[in-house]
Design a protein around this ligand. Structure first.
Ligand code: MG
Length: 382
């Protein structure tokens, strides 16, 4: 029996790599449904035909896709991903970018589907909601750092963890003193990972690591004071767990998302040949160094928002989504991103909901954050 998969965000970097894993392992996996924005209709059509999917969800270009795929059910509109996530299957891979991935995550969990989660914003924006719906082994991490921690924790006791240590490549500006003159092109040139534009810019500002600290808090139920991040430029050690006896377990493999994706899709089994292993026939140097939190304030801000909790992580993320788009559109400078996020968090901190009851609470907080961030953006826009 093959595992039936639903892939949300099939045309993005993670979605495309997941489909390559399926193609390489036809006895393990089949694809029942794919969703994406629909910005690349030809790619959607090609994927649907190649994998014989039964259902396609898009927000754009539905007519073109429908005409090209007779016999395939094509859902369109904002709720297509949510409806499709709830179709009964073995694993829903959520590879959507941004907090719009939260509702599909909740829908998949409520339908008793296992979720392979590449959408970290689900946990950042709605961590309490997601965790309260997820049974044991129902929510599996795809983010490489969290996959590493998850692997290091297999067979371990939570009470014996002293620290989770996330590794960060440090992005393209690890050693650059002045970040105010960074161009979009420079920010998009990640030294070790090839990813979508938003994640790449978030990696350059280390916002991505900030979001991942919050993600780790929810996934593993560990206090923020016990979650650290460290620069590791080679991106071979994907993260570590330190235990109470002073022992540290690290997970390593050359940087390639196919390892974490395939483990989450095939858990509890590994997929043979998912990635090339480390070549021990050549010499390697692995460096680790502390993060300069003055140059990369996103880390401390994420921690603060996470510790306060309630709606603040959702606000933090939504303000960042607005600011990153402003940077991509050429309206603001790279260092304005974190300024706008910080100003938005400061302004909304006192009025932010202290608990999130449902998706409506998350949406309301995000709407406030987007509005506030847009106002700050207008003030600095050139
Ligand atoms: Mg990551």
């Amino acid at each position: 029996m093959t595992r039936e998969l639903i892939i949300l965000g099939s045309t993005g970097s993670i979605g495309v790599q997941a489909l390559e894993i399926v193609e390489a392992n036809p006895t393990l996996f089949s694809v029942v449904a794919i969703t994406s924005a629909g910005t690349h209709p030809q790619l959607v059509i090609e994927q649907a035909k190649k994998f014989g999917v039964k259902v396609v969800g898009v927000t754009k270009n539905a007519d073109v896709i429908r005409a090209a795929l007779p016999g395939v059910q094509v859902l369109d509109g904002a709720s297509a991903s949510i409806e499709i996530a709830a179709i009964s299957c073995d694993v829903v891979l959520n590879a959507i970018t941004g907090s719009i991935g939260l509702a599909p995550t909740l829908a998949a969990l409520k339908a008793s589907n296992r979720v392979a989660l590449a959408n970290k914003e689900s946990l950042v924006a709605g961590g309490d909601l997601v965790i309260s719906c997820a049974r044991e082994d129902q929510l599996l991490p795809v983010d490489s750092e969290h996959s590493a921690i998850w692997q290091a924790l297999i067979g371990e006791k939570k009470s014996e963890i002293s620290k989770l240590i996330l590794t960060a490549s440090g992005g393209p500006f690890r050693d650059r003193a002045d970040l105010s003159t960074v161009t979009l092109q420079e920010a998009l040139a990640h030294p070790t990972w090839t990813m979508g534009p938003v994640v790449t810019i978030n990696s350059a500002s280390l916002m991505n690591k900030g979001l991942e600290i919050i993600e780790a808090h929810y996934l593993f139920g560990i206090a923020y004071s016990q979650i650290d991040a460290v620069i590791h430029p080679q991106s071979v050690v994907h993260s570590m767990v330190e235990f109470v006896d002073g022992s540290t377990i690290a997970q390593g493999s050359p940087p390639n998302m196919k390892g974490p994706i395939s483990l989450a899709l095939n858990f509890p089994h590994r997929v043979a040949g998912a990635t090339k292993p480390i070549d021990w026939g050549i010499s390697h140097t692995w460096n680790f160094s502390p993060i300069d939190t003055a140059r990369f304030p996103a880390i401390s801000l994420a921690r603060t928002c996470g510790e306060i909790g309630g709606a603040l992580p959702a606000i933090f993320n939504a303000a960042n989504e607005v600011a990153v788009q402003g940077f991509i559109d050429g309206q603001i400078s790279f260092t304005d991103i974190i300024k706008i996020v910080s100003q938005s968090v400061d302004q909304l901190r006192a009025s932010a909901a202290t608990t999130l009851r449902d998706l409506g609470d998350v949406s309301a907080a995000e709407e406030d954050a987007r509005h506030t961030a847009t106002e700050f953006l207008k003030k600095v826009a050139r």
